[in-house]
Design a protein around this ligand. Structure first.
Ligand SMILES: *Cc1c(COP(=O)(O)O)cnc(C)c1O
Length: 379
């Protein structure tokens, strides 16, 4: 089946008692059992929930995975992957990874003895140098936030496998509509469903996808044993959101392409980051491993004062963290999402005080452009 069909049907069948076409919200903590040791596959809702299973089956199909395991947040999903490893294990991770991933690795898991090396994974020679026989996991985020650096998934998979390590790719920014890491050789794909998969900014969740049966068994065990499960209502919201993934992603991409091309010509914009622009260092790779460029754009206005003016002047774009919803958002990474990263490191990564990030929504593109035009004129 094509992705648009799977987004609507995979993992879902009419509910057997009433024939309800849409998967119900199974808002229950427990299930009646027919006799001692006799149940219908459902015992307790941390362990099994039909609404959650429908979401897992649906997103697994979109990523070409045989298994999906859902969690209460993208961060919990990433945590579960790391919980399949042991203390003392070594992990190599993209250097400008999502801030919450960095915090989880450095401020939580390091205390339990896992060792992390942060490397610019867009540089394959650097990845090769960092990998050793002790490496258990290569964790890649592509494109990254907020400067949209791309890493070559296929090449990273080959390098990791050469050392007996597994490759995990955080595919949140592209969604399965534009990029499928497992098809490019990754062993595990992870999403914050909070973003494009749900797409309506009304829940928080995460999901892990894999074709590796042993890893699936470990993740399934951890979903129950560590217990970071999503509630059925949030699973239902994500499941409903996923149905329109294809049409939403096409519009996010079309709007962002037009806005990026227009922003690139504006004198107020000193530097722009969008993989769809030929000026982007990852443009050729983007065309190779992605089917579109997505809805995220970052641009440097040269100073904090200019950034401050723009975020205050916009009226359709809302100043807020997060991304991937139908509504357009604007943020200031240096003070918002990357506030805890030391200034020297921020500057090195391109996260200057003048950098502004937009999550281009699916409103009328003319309205979005007019909104940004008025804001740039206010500088
Ligand atoms: C938001 C995000 C996460 C974390 O997901 P939560 O659902 O907020 O826990 C991880 N990776 C990326 C790329 C994200 O954008």
């Amino acid at each position: 089946m094509g992705l648009s069909t799977d987004a609507i049907h995979a993992g879902q069948k009419p509910e057997p008692i009433t024939g309800a076409v849409m998967t119900p919200v199974f808002q229950t903590s427990t299930y009646a059992q027919d006799g001692i040791g006799e149940h219908r596959g459902y015992e307790y809702a941390r362990t099994q929930n039909p609404t959650r299973e429908a979401l897992e089956g649906c997103v697994a199909a979109l990523e070409g995975a045989s298994h999906g395991v859902a969690f209460g947040s993208g961060t919990a999903a990433i945590h579960a992957i790391l919980q399949t490893l042991n203390g003392g294990d070594e992990i190599i991770c993209t250097s400008n990874v999502y801030g919450g991933t960095y915090r989880l690795f450095e401020m939580v898991l390091r205390r339990f003895g896992q060792r992390f090396h942060f490397v610019d994974t867009s540089d394959l020679a650097a990845v090769e140098r960092a990998l050793s026989e002790k490496t258990k996991l290569l964790f890649v985020e592509t494109p990254t936030n907020p400067v949209l650096t791309l890493s070559d998934i296929k090449a990273c998979a080959e390098l990791a496998h050469g050392k007996g390590a597994k490759l995990v790719v955080d595919n949140t920014f592209m969604s399965p509509y534009f990029q499928n890491p497992l098809a490019l050789g990754a062993d595990v794909c992870v999403h914050s469903t909070t973003k494009y998969l749900n797409g309506h900014s009304d829940m928080v969740g995460g999901i892990v996808l894999t074709n590796d049966d042993d890893l699936f068994a470990s993740l399934k065990f951890l979903q129950n044993a560590a217990g970071a499960v999503p509630g059925p209502w949030d699973c239902w919201l994500a499941l409903r959101g996923v149905k329109t993934l294809a049409v939403r992603m096409r519009q996010h991409d079309a709007n962002a392409r037009q806005i990026a091309a227009w922003l690139a010509e504006r004198k107020e914009v000193k530097k722009i980051y969008y993989p769809g622009l030929a000026s982007h260092p990852g443009h050729a790779l983007a065309k190779r491993q992605m089917r579109g460029f997505g809805g995220m754009i970052s641009f440097d206005l040269g100073s904090f004062a200019a950034a401050q003016k723009v975020v205050k002047a916009v009226q359709i774009f809302t100043l807020a963290e997060s991304l991937g919803g139908v509504e357009s958002l604007i943020s200031h990474p240096a003070m918002m999402t990357h506030g805890t990263v030391p200034k020297e490191i921020r500057e090195e990564l391109g996260i200057t005080d003048g950098l502004v990030r937009i999550s281009v929504g699916i409103e009328d593109v003319e309205d979005l452009q007019n909104d940004l035009e008025k804001a740039l004129d206010s500088i």
